[in-house]
Design a protein around this ligand. Structure first.
Ligand code: GDP
Ligand code: MG
Length: 556
C-alpha cells in the first residue's frame, strides 16, 4: 500500500460530543461495517463502556476508502474523552498525523475540548475542527465556530458542520482527512522500527501489541527484539484491526496494526517501547511519560478465601490497563489485599466495575486518598494553600475559562459533582498535576472506647478535620451494633478529641425468640451466633463485625 495513500488519525473531543458516533458513521461510509440501525458506538467493546456510554479504552480500526480513483487506507483511533483517560489519548496521538476535534454545536467548547486540543497541538498534528449535532434544535454552529477561532486560532471556515447521528455531511469529513492530514513520514527500505502504542491481554493468545510502523516491514516468523527489555521474540501473527483483528501477511511502515509474538504479560510489551528486527538495532522512538496515579484506594476480597482468585483477576486486568499501579497491602479488619493507584476517580470506578463484570470478583474498595509527601520538620507552620486563581479567559459572551491551583484531595471525591450541580450542568472541568504544595495536614484517629481503629486512620486538612471526623463518627454509630456496654466513638487529632458519638448498651439475646424447649432450634441459633462471632474483630473489648468497616470505608 503506497505510503502517500495512508492517513493515521484520531478523534478527540469532550465527553459525549459524539466521537464514537462519528466513528460509527465513518466505519459505515467506508463499508467497514454494514449500515444498520444498530451501529451504536461499535468501537466501545467493553461491557462497562456500553453501560456507561463512555469510551474507556482507545480502539483502532483500519478503513479503506476510494476517492478520485485512488484507494486510501485510513487508520482511525477512537479515544476516550474523560479526563481520567487522557493518558490513552496522548498515547493514541503518537501514532497519528492528524485529529478530528469534535465539538458539540449546542454545548460549544468544554474543558476536555481544550485539554485534548493542546495534546494534539503539542504533538504538532493537523487539527480538523468538526462541529457535531447540528440537527439539535438549540444548535448554534456559528457561535461554536467563533469560539474555535478565538480559543484555538483556527479560521472558522475550516470547521466542518455535521450531524454524526443522522450522517449529515460526514463525507466532507472523509474528504478533509484525505486533503488536510499528511501521510506518515516513513521509510520502508530501512530496518523495522515499530512503536508499541497500546497493548491488551488475551486469555488464549497472550499479549496483543498495537503497533505503528515508522520504518521497515514485519512479517510472521520474523525475530524481533524489544528495545526496552532486549528480549527476543518470534512473530506469530500480524494484522490490521477492522475493527476486529484480521491477520495479514505483513505490516508495512505507515501502517497501524497488531502483532502477537508470545509475550506472556503486558510488561513485556511496554507502551512506548520500540520493536526492531533481531541483529538490526535501531534508534528507539521517543517513548511516553508513564501515567502517574493520582488516586489511591485499598482493595480487598469480601471473603479472604477469594484472595487468590482476586489476585489473578487484578493481574489480568492490570495487564489490560498498565496505568494502574499495584502494591500489596493488608489491614487488620479486611485481611490481605492491595493498594491500587488510579488516574482519577472514574478510572477507579471503571476498574472496580470491570473486576466485577469481567472477572466475577466481589471486592471491598476503601475510601480513595491522594498522595502526600510528608516533611518532618517545623514546615507545618507554613500557611495552608487553598485554591489560587491562575488565569481567566472569555471564550465568548457567556462562557469563561478559569484556571485554578487546587489541592488534589479537594477535587478528587466530589468536586466535579458539586460544580455540575452549582452550575446546573453547564460547567465542565479538567485537571493536570501541578506538583506538590505545602499544606497543613493532620493525622486523624478514630477511637472506640479509647482504642485506635487502625483501618480508619486518615490524613485530612486541618480546617476540615472537624467536619470529616464528625461525619465518620456518625456513620460508625449507625453501623456499629449495640453491645453489652456503652461505646464511645471519638475522632481525635493527637490527644485532642474533635468529635464524639455514643452507642448505648444493649443485649441481643439470640434465645429470646425461642418459646418453649425446642433444643435443636436453640442449638442451631447458638451455632449461628458462634459463626457470626468469627467475623468479628476485637478493638479493646468491643467486638466489631468486619462489615462495619466495609460500610464506613466503602465509597458509594
Ligand atoms: P463520545 O463520548 O464523544 O464518544 O460521544 P458518543 O458518540 O457516545 O455520543 C454521545 C451522545 O450524543 C449519544 O447519545 C449520541 O447518540 C449523541 N449524538 C452523537 N452525535 C449526535 C448528533 O449528531 N446529533 C444528535 N442529536 N445526537 C448525537
Ligand atoms: Mg465514545
Amino acid at each position: 500500500f503506497p505510503v502517500e495513500n495512508i492517513r493515521n488519525f484520531s478523534i478527540i473531543a469532550h465527553v459525549d460530543h459524539g466521537k464514537s458516533t462519528l466513528a460509527d458513521r465513518l466505519l459505515e461510509l467506508t463499508g467497514t461495517i454494514d449500515k444498520t440501525k444498530n451501529n451504536k458506538q461499535v468501537l466501545d467493546k467493553l461491557q462497562v463502556e456500553r453501560e456507561r456510554g463512555i469510551t474507556v479504552k482507545a480502539q483502532t480500526a483500519s478503513l479503506f476508502h476510494n476517492c478520485e480513483g485512488k484507494q486510501y487506507l485510513l487508520n482511525l483511533i477512537d479515544t476516550p474523552g474523560h479526563v481520567d483517560f487522557s493518558y490513552e489519548v496522548s498515547r493514541s496521538l503518537s501514532a497519528c498525523q492528524g485529529v478530528l476535534l469534535v465539538v458539540d454545536a449546542n454545548e460549544g467548547i468544554q474543558a476536555q475540548t481544550v485539554a485534548n486540543f493542546f495534546l494534539a497541538f503539542e504533538a504538532q498534528l493537523s487539527v480538523i475542527p468538526v462541529i457535531n449535532k447540528i440537527d439539535l434544535k438549540n444548535a448554534d454552529p456559528e457561535r461554536v465556530e467563533n469560539q474555535i477561532e478565538k480559543v484555538f486560532d483556527i479560521p472558522s471556515d475550516e470547521c466542518i458542520k455535521i450531524s454524526a447521528k443522522l450522517g449529515t455531511n460526514v463525507e466532507s469529513v472523509l474528504q478533509a482527512i484525505i486533503e488536510r492530514i499528511p501521510p506518515p513520514k516513513v521509510h520502508r527500505k530501512n530496518p523495522l522500527r515499530a512503536l508499541v502504542f497500546d497493548s491488551t491481554f488475551d486469555h488464549y493468545r497472550g499479549v496483543i501489541a498495537n503497533v505503528a510502523l515508522f520504518d521497515g516491514v514485519v512479517s510472521k516468523g520474523d525475530k524481533i527484539v524489544s528495545a526496552h527489555t532486549q528480549k527476543i521474540y518470534e512473530v506469530n501473527e500480524v494484522g490490521v484491526l477492522n475493527p476486529n483483528e484480521q491477520p495479514t501477511h505483513k505490516l508495512y511502515a505507515g501502517q497501524v496494526g497488531y502483532l502477537i509474538a508470545g509475550m506472556k504479560d503486558v510488561t513485556e510489551a511496554q507502551i512506548g517501547d520500540t520493536l526492531h528486527l533481531h541483529k538490526q538495532p535501531v534508534e528507539p522512538l521517543p517513548g511516553f511519560k508513564s501515567a502517574k496515579p493520582m488516586v489511591f484506594a485499598g482493595i480487598y476480597p469480601v471473603d479472604q478465601s477469594e484472595y487468590n482468585n482476586l489476585k489473578s483477576a487484578i493481574e489480568k486486568l492490570t495487564l489490560n490497563d498498565s496505568s494502574v499501579t499495584v502494591h500489596r497491602d493488608s489491614s487488620l479488619a479486611l485481611g490481605a489485599g492491595w493498594r491500587l493507584g488510579f488516574l482519577g476517580l472514574l478510572h477507579m470506578e471503571v476498574f472496580n466495575q470491570r473486576l466485577e463484570q469481567e472477572y466475577n470478583a466481589s471486592v471491598i474498595l476503601t475510601t480513595p486518598t491522594v498522595p502526600y509527601k510528608a516533611v518532618l520538620s517545623s514546615s507545618k507552620l507554613i500557611k495552608a494553600r487553598r485554591a489560587v486563581q491562575k488565569n481567566m479567559m472569555f471564550i465568548d459572551q457567556n462562557r469563561v475559562m478559569l484556571k485554578y491551583l487546587f489541592p488534589l484531595n479537594e477535587i478528587v471525591v466530589d468536586f466535579y459533582d458539586s460544580l455540575k450541580s452549582l452550575s446546573s450542568g453547564y460547567a465542565s472541568f479538567d485537571y493536570e498535576d501541578a506538583g506538590y504544595q505545602t499544606a497543613e495536614l493532620v493525622k486523624m484517629d478514630i477511637l472506640l472506647n479509647g482504642n485506635t481503629v487502625e483501618e480508619l486512620v486518615t490524613i485530612v486538612h486541618k480546617d476540615k478535620a472537624h467536619s470529616i471526623g464528625k461525619a465518620m463518627c456518625e456513620r460508625l454509630k449507625d453501623c456499629l451494633p449495640r453491645q453489652l456496654f456503652e461505646i464511645a466513638i471519638q475522632a481525635s487529632i493527637g490527644s485532642k478529641i474533635i468529635a464524639r458519638e455514643t452507642v448505648k448498651a444493649y443485649r441481643k439475646n439470640v434465645l429470646a425468640k425461642c418459646y418453649g424447649g425446642d433444643i435443636t432450634r436453640k442449638m442451631k441459633l447458638l451455632k449461628r451466633q458462634a459463626e457470626g462471632k468469627k467475623k468479628l474483630r476485637k478493638i479493646g473489648n468491643i467486638e466489631v463485625p468486619k462489615d462495619t468497616f466495609i460500610k464506613v470505608l466503602k465509597t458509594q
